[in-house]
Design a binder for this molecule. Structure first.
Ligand SMILES: Nc1ncnc2c1ncn2[C@@H]1O[C@H](COP(=O)(O)OP(=O)(O)OP(=O)(O)O)[C@@H](O)[C@H]1O
Length: 235
């Protein structure tokens, strides 16, 4: 018998709880930096997950990685967002209670991407039924629409969410997803008429003007040239 091969992760300390200098900010940051330079972007503080944005595609979100983390004890494998997602799911089922994942960080930290990784993980790992597929498709496929209307390029992030998002997935006692909600709040409406220097309006306006079909543009009285519209070319 062969044990599942563990991904390499022997850089620094995987869990800050084990850091000797536990009240030293420098030691904390050094550990994060050391791991980050080896493309290890995740580190735990107990059950809390710290993620550092790599700003490049890493080979850590494959189906193989998902399989590795499915149903495995939280601390058994190197820190990963899949471990967190899996742990929350199983805790919910075993405790028959609501559970939540709170994602926070400054603009560009990777919150939106993290939420998408979690959804993708559930899409693959949760039991599948026709209803589940519908829920899954709606949760996953609503993202591009929400991002078109609610995201914009800012100085910090080319795809910055300019609204808060609350998302819930409802599961039955078997662990099948049976429904969900996505609520948006505090949309930065002022961006429609004013953007700071170097920033852009919501993606949808450019997508419409540049990518809209001729008939639609004619119907809306628009021309295929974003430079004609002052709300789209503020400097
Ligand atoms: N895990 C990741 N792997 C690779 N690239 C990432 C990852 N997370 C984030 N990025 C990159 O960083 C960019 C910004 O991330 P994201 O939009 O998730 O930030 P955010 O915290 O939601 O920002 P905002 O608060 O402005 O919406 C992404 O468009 C992507 O290019």
């Amino acid at each position: 018998f062969f044990a599942k091969p563990l991904p390499e992760d022997r850089v620094g300390i995987q869990d800050f709880v084990l850091l000797d200098a536990h009240n030293s900010e420098t030691a904390f940051l050094d550990n994060l930096k050391k791991r980050f330079t080896e493309d290890l972007i995740y580190t735990y503080i107990g059950t809390l997950l710290i993620s550092v944005n790599p700003y490049k595609e890493l080979d850590i979100y494959t189906k193989k990685q998902m399989d590795l983390y499915m149903g495995v004890n939280f601390f058994e494998l190197p820190p990963h967002i899949y471990a967190l997602a899996d742990n929350v799911y199983h805790t919910m089922l075993s405790e028959a209670n609501n559970n939540f994942i709170l994602i926070s960080g400054e603009s560009g930290a990777g919150k939106t991407e993290a939420s998408k990784k979690i959804l993708q993980y559930y899409a693959v790992s949760c039991p599948s039924s026709t209803l589940m597929d519908t829920v899954r498709d709606r949760m996953l496929m609503s993202n591009p629409v929400l991002e078109a209307f609610g995201n914009a390029k800012t100085m910090k992030n080319d795809n910055s969410s300019r609204f808060g998002k609350y998302m819930d997935i409802q599961f039955d006692c078997q662990g099948d997803a049976v429904g969900g909600h996505i609520l948006s709040y505090l949309l930065e409406k002022s961006r429609v008429v004013h953007q700071n220097h170097g920033e852009r309006n919501f993606h949808i306006f450019y997508q419409l003007v540049e990518g809209g079909e001729e008939d639609l543009l004619r119907h809306l009285g628009l021309e295929k040239d974003t430079k004609r519209y002052s709300y789209l070319v503020q400097v």
